[in-house]
Design a protein around this ligand. Structure first.
Ligand SMILES: Cc1ncc(COP(=O)(O)O)c(C=O)c1O
Length: 910
């Protein structure tokens, strides 16, 4: 959607709105200056003012500040050509918006001041200034009201304010269900919503400019229903957009009956006449519940108590530092508070991570509510440990696991420790960029069905996938679980969401998170409509071909929803390094997992967990629950601005471009056919995210740099880091990945663009001055980087010595046996690539004794027990990455001797 001034709102309108107010100030300022200098004011100048007013008109009703009244005055002054007064008013409003001082001031004064025309000093009137600087939010009221009624309600709410209130709020009033949904999407300040008795189904105003944010079907769904039915329809629709927002119902008919019928959608139901003050207090209490950070509060209180330290933590309360002659600068740098908070106490108001019963248990419970899980566990050693905990909790030796071979190394090590039999899945390759996509559903189903044919399906326990991948490929989590459960109704899923903790806080992303997909699936399986539909579809064709080719539905009587998600909170939300969470939505958790989970958690968790990490998880959750929506919207908007700036820049676009969804996800996985979902409008993003097998997380921007002639690693280290101090952590041969996050600012995006332009300018200058020989070298580099090298190798298979026998054979291997055999160094030798090749040519199998992981791209090309293939050798030869874990240049690959393979073939499986 393009506005008159060329600004483009991909995902949110706050940026557009902020820009429009600034432009309005500028446009009015220009007129005022001209008038003061007695210069002529031409039509183009006044048109600019009117254009900005028109751009803001459909938006302003959705924010409490400056509010209807003040914006009405702005429009009146603009229409009347009262430029001086308009200039003053707009400047004050804009300043209050930019500095966010409206959060601690009063808005009504701004408009009233203008009417009185004595308003110069009423920007933030001290009589209304909130001296407590309390956090501010807005409450959405859904009711058809006249401006007078609305004003009265506002004034009434103001009279309820007390100095002891912990928060301060103001009202946004909309008259229809459709506008309520728009307000929820647009206004991140909204933390609570009160649905009152009378509201229209459709908007009375023209919302066509906000079509992306309006729920087209909602007006029809609400029409022809009684007020109570409308509230019942509207509430879940609003909860779908912002599940964290507290919903209240205010009714003036039999409140007891209504409460019985619809209360599950609402935090509370109130009677209109009696409930106003109670509602006010409940609204504050609702926000306070999310604001609560039990472990932070406990640790802060503890740190303020004088205690004698006679346990093994000399740094506690800074004791070993403050009296030191040599490390006192540590206190200078960090401040004393962090040391006052260093403790390992588990009593005295604190709690034990290994057996939480107090504030840590409460903090984890609040995290479960915020992230939509049934149980949440804090982990202080990153998702690397979280993954090992879940694998060990769910698996016993001999259980079969299906796992993306391209997963994080923690899964490989976790499966080895758990003694699982591993069946690797191949993701689709993106050979042009030397990176993998994600694992197609057809690959997962065919491996599951192979297990069924071999009579091993009962031993298949777990499917592990990365959602989203490092490069931003996101699964259709719900569909994967549905179709797999149709084949194996008790299959458990571990979704590695190391990069995806933020996704819950955006309404489009949320549906593709493990916890939300699990909740939605459980609800679907419970519904009578689904059961009837399932019964009607029976009998189904159970042949392997039909099961692979058809969309499958699980049997609601047998399927169990059992999903786990591991998230590096520290990667995408606020947390100190290593702060991660395990979220559980497992219908069989209490019965089948709880005990094993406790043991696994103990096995991998330090008995001295870092309390600062735990506190940061508690605070990170508070932030996500109260402002995650705003921060993620902002992040996405900046990511799209970054994409635009790169792709539309005449010099940058000569050498680089941002890879689009269509370039990273082959057409066969995109049923919607939309090549650039968010870029072509939020509604296209919604469609693609509903329909496509894979989608691309737009917050991760992979930039193709093949035409610069500089490879990814050099670009990262020598250009971005050494010269400009810009850190990134993923490159491929010809791409660099720029990740935006909730801390990304407009200025940091601008700086990155500046840096990229500077790099491109250097290249441009350099190429323009090249002699023939230099040009030939440059062109060779470009050709090398822009032409595919050896294709990414698929998993070649385990050597038969490590395979689990079956008829017909299946591909899973005993990774523990393959790993530990290498501890006997007499069974291993080192071979150079040529020697490996010679052996293979002589018909011998060469088997890796270790993981071999080139970085980039960062996936293991070989795992212990895996046979070398021609494909692997040529891929390794084509690599120009200096860092290959598990491979020593000059010595070669660590492989098993043929004697080792003979010995192991005779030993029973581990
Ligand atoms: C997919 C994936 N899972 C897990 C991890 C490990 O997470 P952490 O750094 O929190 O230990 C990473 C780290 O990059 C990862 O990319």
């Amino acid at each position: 959607m393009v506005d008159q001034t060329g600004a483009y709102a991909y995902n949110s309108w706050w940026q557009f709105r902020a820009d429009s107010w600034s432009r309005l100030e500028e446009a009015t300022g220009r007129i005022v200056t001209a008038l003061r200098r007695t210069k002529p004011v031409d039509n183009s100048m006044t048109d600019a003012v009117h254009a900005q007013c028109a751009a803001l008109a459909p938006l302003e009703q959705f924010w409490a500040f400056p509010g209807h009244a003040a914006f009405g005055v702005v429009q009146e002054l603009a229409a009347a050509g009262a430029w001086e007064r308009l200039g003053r008013l707009v400047a004050r409003i804009n300043r209050a918006l930019v500095t966010e001082s409206y959060r601690i001031g009063s808005f009504d004064d701004i408009a009233q001041g203008e009417h009185r025309d004595d308003s110069e000093d009423l920007i933030v009137s001290t009589s209304h200034h909130d001296p407590f600087s309390r956090p501010y939010f807005e409450v959405l009221v859904v009711e058809t009201m006249s401006p007078k009624q609305e004003q009265r309600l506002r004034e009434e709410v103001h009279t309820w304010r007390r100095p002891g209130d912990r928060f301060i709020y103001d009202l946004v009033v909309v008259g229809s269900g459709v506008e309520a949904a728009v307000a929820m999407r647009l206004n991140a300040n909204i933390q609570a919503c009160v649905i009152r008795r009378r509201f229209a189904h459709a908007a009375l105003r023209d919302l066509s400019s906000l079509a992306d944010f309006a729920d087209a079907a909602l007006a029809d769904d609400l029409a022809d229903h009684s007020p109570e039915e409308r509230a019942e329809i509207l509430a879940p629709r609003l909860a779908q957009i912002r599940p964290e927002v507290d919903l209240y119902l205010m009714t003036d008919i039999a409140v007891e009956d209504v409460a019985g019928k619809v209360s599950h959608h609402f935090r509370r139901v109130f009677h209109a006449r009696e409930g106003a003050l109670e509602l006010h207090l409940t609204i504050l209490a609702g926000v306070a519940a999310r604001y609560r950070t039990p472990f932070f509060e406990a640790l802060r209180a503890y740190s303020q108590r004088p205690t004698g330290v006679f346990h093994a933590l000399p740094i506690s309360q800074g004791k070993s530092i403050v009296n030191s002659h040599w490390i006192r600068d540590m206190v200078g740098f960090y401040g004393l508070d962090i040391f006052l908070a260093e403790t390992s106490a588990t009593t005295g108001g604190l709690d034990s991570l290994l057996e939480p019963t107090g504030p840590l248990r409460d903090a984890q419970q609040l995290a479960a509510e915020a992230f939509g899980s049934r149980q949440t566990y804090f982990v202080t050693n990153g998702t690397s440990t979280a993954n090992k905990i879940v694998a060990q909790a769910l698996l016993a030796p001999g259980d079969i696991v299906l796992v993306d071979r391209n997963c994080h190394q923690s899964h490989h090590y976790g499966l080895m420790l758990a003694g699982a039999e591993v069946c690797y899945l191949d993701a689709y390759p993106l050979n042009e960029y030397s990176m993998y996509g994600a694992v197609p559903l057809s690959e997962i189903k065919s491996k599951l069905l192979a297990m069924r044919t071999a009579g091993k399906l009962d031993r298949v326990k777990l499917l592990m996938l990365t959602n989203c991948t490092f490069d931003g490929i996101v699964y259709d989590v719900g569909r994967v679980m549905e179709e797999c459960l149709a084949i194996k109704p008790d299959l458990v899923f571990l979704w590695d969401e190391a990069w995806f903790a933020f996704a819950r806080f955006h309404h489009v992303y949320r549906a593709r998170t493990a916890m939300e997909a699990a909740r939605a699936l459980a609800e679907k399986l419970r519904s009578s409509e689904y059961r009837a539909q399932y019964e009607a579809s029976l009998p189904r064709d159970d042949s392997t071909a039909a099961l692979i080719n058809n969309r499958l539905s699980p049997d609601p009587a047998r399927a169990r929803v059992r999903a786990y998600s591991t998230q590096s909170t520290h990667k995408t939300l606020t947390s100190l390094r290593q702060g991660s969470m395990i979220h559980v939505y497992d219908q069989d958790f209490a019965l089948r997992v709880a005990e094993g989970f406790r043991e696994a958690y103990m096995a991998h968790t330090s008995t001295s967990p870092n309390y600062q990490i735990l506190v940061s998880l508690d605070l990170g959750r508070r932030q996500a629950a109260l402002e995650g929506f705003e921060l993620v919207q902002r992040q996405l908007e900046y990511a799209m601005k970054l994409r635009d700036a790169i792709d539309h820049h005449p010099l940058l676009s000569k050498y680089m471009h941002c890879l689009s969804t269509a370039e990273m996800i082959p057409e066969r996985y995109r049923a919607s056919g939309i090549a650039q979902p968010l870029r072509t409008g939020l509604s296209n993003m919604v469609t693609a995210w509903e329909q496509d097998e894979f989608v691309l997380d737009p917050s991760r921007v992979t930039v193709y740099i093949g035409l610069t002639g500089i490879d990814g690693a050099t670009f990262k280290h020598k250009r971005l880091m050494d010269r400009f101090g810009i850190q990134i952590n993923k490159t491929s041969r010809n791409t660099v990945l720029f990740m935006t996050n909730i801390g990304t600012t407009r200025s940091s995006v601008a700086y990155l663009i500046e840096v990229l332009v500077s790099i491109a300018r250097d290249i441009d200058l350099h190429t323009s001055e090249m002699n023939l020989a230099e040009r030939a070298v440059f062109e060779r580099s470009v050709t090398h980087l822009t032409n595919p090298t050896a294709p990414l190798p698929h998993f070649s298979g385990f050597h038969p010595a490590f395979l689990i026998e079956s008829d017909p054979p299946t591909p899973e291997g005993d990774v523990r046996k393959a790993f530990f055999l290498s501890y006997d160094h007499t069974l291993c030798e080192y071979l150079l690539a040529d020697e490996v090749e010679e052996k293979m040519e002589a018909g011998e199998s060469v088997v890796s004794a270790t993981f071999v992981t080139p970085y980039p791209p960062g996936f293991p090309v070989l795992v212990p027990g895996q046979v070398f293939s021609d494909e692997i050798l040529s891929f390794m030869r084509s690599l120009d990455t200096p860092e290959i874990h598990g491979y020593q240049p000059g010595i070669g690959y660590r492989v098993y001797t043929s004697k080792a393979l003979e010995i192991v073939a005779e030993r029973p499986s581990s």
